[in-house]
Design a protein around this ligand. Structure first.
Ligand SMILES: Nc1ncnc2c1ncn2[C@@H]1O[C@H](COP(=O)(O)OP(=O)(O)OP(=O)(O)O)[C@@H](O)[C@H]1O
Ligand SMILES: [Mg+2]
Length: 215
């Protein structure tokens, strides 16, 4: 591929983003594509340090704007140093959380105006929008329960928010997917992980031309 693909994975806590990225990475590798998997917050050395501020429980409460600016800071490093270069080199970038997380969490859930969150991205990060976004839909209760039983003992700073907060995240994601149906592949995230992966691939095939046409 001359120009690669930038695909992001979004959804509430425990919706299966990390699981589905691993399955899609293996599928693309079998098609002979070069795949880069990465995540937000993080993806660069500075981004990982910002991640620990954003997610560490010892950080305590942050103003919504502070959270947004920290997200933007790590995203700027990530986009310039990792994502854009990989896509320019013809690779497939699979990113675990990205712009829509800021829309859903800092925007819809924390109460910042989603239009302002979008505008600040457009002003400072030209070319930031992913080609496709996979939204894994799961009831917040079910996702939190899964995340809790995933082997990690403690919820991170944002996971620890009240259920009401996670409901606003869920509703926010649904609004975003309705606003941009051409970019979003929306998939129900309960049931067999392999079956979910097949639905993701089906949705992506409608938007991207896979190397062998139809594998
Ligand atoms: N389809 C599924 N059915 C049941 N459990 C699943 C399914 N997919 C993933 N899980 C399990 O649910 C937990 C959360 O999955 P995963 O870590 O992939 O989600 P995530 O969206 O990346 O979560 P987080 O928001 O915590 O990063 C893990 O223990 C995983 O094994
Ligand atoms: Mg994960």
């Amino acid at each position: 591929m001359a120009q690669g693909w930038f695909i992001t994975f979004e959804g509430p806590e425990g919706s299966g983003k990390t699981t589905q990225i691993a399955l899609l990475r293996d599928y693309f590798a079998r098609l002979g594509l070069e795949v880069v998997t990465t995540r937000e917050p993080g993806g660069t050395p500075a981004g990982d340090r910002i991640r620990s501020v954003l997610l560490g429980n010892e950080t305590g409460s942050l103003e919504p704007e502070t959270e947004l600016f920290l997200m933007l800071a790590q995203r700027t490093e990530h986009l310039h140093k990792v994502i854009h270069p990989a896509v320019a080199a013809g690779k497939v970038v699979l990113c675990d959380r990205y712009f829509d997380s800021s829309m859903a969490y800092q925007g819809y859930a924390r109460g910042l105006d989603p239009q302002k969150v979008r505008d600040i991205h457009a002003q400072f990060l030209p070319g930031f929008l992913p080609g496709c976004t996979v939204l894994l839909q799961i009831a917040p209760e079910q996702g939190l329960e899964r995340a809790r039983h995933g082997g990690r003992k403690q919820h991170d700073r944002i996971e620890s928010e009240a259920l009401e907060f996670h409901r606003r995240v869920y509703d926010g994601y649904n609004s975003l997917a309705q606003q941009e149906p051409e970019r979003f592949v929306v998939v129900q995230a309960d049931g067999d992980p392999q079956a979910i992966s097949a639905r993701i691939i089906e949705g992506l095939k409608k938007r991207l031309t896979f190397p062998d046409g139809n594998k």
